[in-house]
Design a binder for this molecule. Structure first.
Ligand SMILES: [Zn+2]
Length: 127
């Protein structure tokens, strides 16, 4: 199974993960999130969204269960699906952002808006 985070060069560029040391990357992420005075859970959630690995979407790897499918679309439930194209969350998404590519979402959309969107669709405690 491929990961959109690892395989998407645009997202890597948006996250600036294609250059710099690990410490630089961590410092950048930590600084960016502290500017917005996130709590720890918000920061963890934001980081999980950016790497595309959440408890909800990847718990099957540990449990050896089949991966979760989107209840509404009958497609594989991924962070990308939730953030970009699940039709069930479209109206909620449009309240917080109107981008269809992860690279745009992580580059342009304020992280507080992403958190608000995740809370509104009731995934906050599942990520
Ligand atoms: Zn869906």
């Amino acid at each position: 199974m491929s990961c959109y985070r690892c395989c998407n060069p645009l997202l890597l560029k948006a996250l600036d993960f294609d250059g710099g040391t690990s410490q630089d990357k961590f410092a950048k992420m930590t600084t960016e999130t502290s500017i917005h005075s996130f709590n720890w859970k918000d920061q963890v959630l934001t980081n999980r969204l950016m790497i595309g690995h959440t408890s909800l979407t990847h718990s099957h790897l540990l449990s050896k269960e089949p991966p979760l499918m989107c209840t509404y679309c009958s497609t594989l439930l991924t962070v990308e699906h939730i953030l970009t194209n699940c039709s069930h969350y479209q109206s909620s998404r449009q309240k917080y952002y109107q981008y269809f590519y992860l690279s745009n979402i992580f580059q342009v959309v304020p992280k507080k808006s992403l958190i608000s969107f995740i809370k509104e669709i009731n995934f906050y405690h599942q990520f």
